[in-house]
Design a protein around this ligand. Structure first.
Ligand code: ADE
Length: 421
């Protein structure tokens, strides 16, 4: 470990590779770079301290540089013990960013690093999974009067925030960046779809064609995973609790059944529900010898690994992100990336172009919150539709795509009610 006053990273010697990876990400994140250029001119974050708990990836580094270009003082830690890209963390530390993160953090270090970000006394918090906000509310509430607002990146975090709001526990305004259309309809669908398979394939090197892949959860993430698995020639089974999503899966030609049934036939299981014990002891008890289990939901609670440990007579790490569990009855089950989100653990997370769009949302959310300091309600806040549209426009412009505009006649027609057949 390399430790300095304002950083703790794996190895500063990795910084050169980290800089190259950040540059590679930047080459595909033109929309965010446009915002960065504007922020550099306008300095919306002068005097603002931004505390971040995100996956410290090359894409996150581009966001960090964007906020710093806007005048912010930034401190960052990981929002998952296994998702840090050590070369990127080293590069950020060398650039002078306050960063505490390494891949494979112990639980103690994970919480110590969150505390470092909290002790930085941020005016704005940026979370992925809600651990930063949750820690501030439960253990450092005295800092809250100084906090203008926060933002949340992912579905799981927004669910936690809504629970806080319902319980009257949420004490500062928090923007649900995840709920922007330009975020969840793209990042969750395209990003999770591709990067989940990327992680599974890097960890296992299996052929998907002909395999039975069971996808638990058919929200935007599960829809993406199912589509990409189908595209690779897998027979996909979907498990859902929501009747409308289940119906949607049926009509998209997936087999739909309860996990108790699917458990018997799956070769590969992928959980993307956001809930716990989705794959439990009774399911693992009937799985085929050799079945592979992976999770792409935010927390490592979706596969009941504690129960699997109890059912097993041995466990062996057979490849960097693949553990073989040998059960009492002799069957082997394989767990990808310790049941943590396999796309960030065993691969590099979502592709940069997708993250550009998501992080435009984060950059503009921070600007919106600072501009509206004192005016936002202490709630889970949705950003105005114009911001969503602006992000899509920026991304289209970067991709070189032009679109139509309504004529005056068409606009009037849409706003009127008296013209019929
Ligand atoms: N979440 C999913 N993919 C990511 C990435 N590449 N960077 C940061 N957060 C992510």
């Amino acid at each position: 470990m390399d430790v300095g006053n304002n950083f703790e990273v794996k190895d500063l010697k990795l910084a050169d590779q980290g800089r190259k990876n950040i540059e590679w990400a930047e080459s595909q994140m033109g929309a965010l770079l446009k915002i960065k250029e504007r922020f550099f001119r306008e300095k919306p974050f002068t005097g603002v301290k931004i505390g971040i708990a995100l996956h410290p990836t090359k894409e996150t580094a581009v966001l960090v540089r964007t906020l710093i270009a806007g005048g912010a003082d930034v401190a960052i830690c990981a929002c998952n013990p296994l998702s840090t890209q050590d070369d990127v963390a080293a590069a950020l530390a060398e650039e002078g960013v306050k960063i505490w993160a390494y891949k494979g953090e112990t639980k103690e270090d994970y919480y110590r690093y969150l505390t470092n970000v909290i002790n930085f006394q941020p005016h704005y918090t940026l979370d992925d999974g809600c651990d930063l906000i949750s820690e501030i509310h439960s253990k450092h509430a005295h800092l809250i009067p100084n906090i203008i607002a926060g933002a949340e990146e992912t579905t799981t975090g927004v669910i936690r925030l809504k629970a806080m709001e319902r319980d009257g526990a949420l004490k500062y305004p928090t923007i649900a960046v995840n709920n922007l259309k330009t975020k969840h309809l793209f990042d969750n669908y395209l990003g999770t779809g591709q990067s989940t398979l990327d992680g599974i394939l890097r960890a296992t090197s299996i052929l998907l064609a002909g395999k039975t892949v069971v996808v638990s959860g058919f929200g935007p993430c599960g829809q993406g995973v199912a589509l990409r698995a189908k595209g690779e020639g897998a027979n996909v089974i979907v498990c859902e609790v929501d009747p409308i999503r289940a119906l949607q899966a049926v009509h998209e030609s997936y087999r739909v059944m309860p996990i108790a049934e699917a458990a018997k036939s799956g070769d590969l299981f992928v959980t993307v529900t956001g809930d716990k014990n989705v794959i439990d002891a009774q399911h693992m008890a009937v799985m085929k010898n050799g079945a592979i289990l992976a999770n792409s939901g935010h927390f490592d609670v979706e596969i009941n690994i504690k129960e699997l440990e109890k059912m097993s007579k041995s466990k062996e790490r057979i490849r960097p992100f693949l553990d073989k569990y040998t059960l009492q009855d002799g069957r082997n089950l394989y767990i990808v990336g310790e049941g943590r989100l396999c796309n960030l653990v065993a691969a590099e997370g979502h592709p940069s172009v997708v993250m550009a769009q998501s992080f435009c949302g984060q950059a503009l959310a921070a600007e919106y919150a600072i501009k509206n300091k004192g005016k936002l309600q202490t709630k889970v806040i949705m950003l105005p539709q114009e911001i969503d549209n602006k992000i899509a426009e920026l991304q289209l412009e970067t991709l070189g795509v032009k679109i139509d505009t309504l004529t005056e006649e068409q606009r009037k027609y849409l706003e009127s009610w008296n013209e019929g057949t």
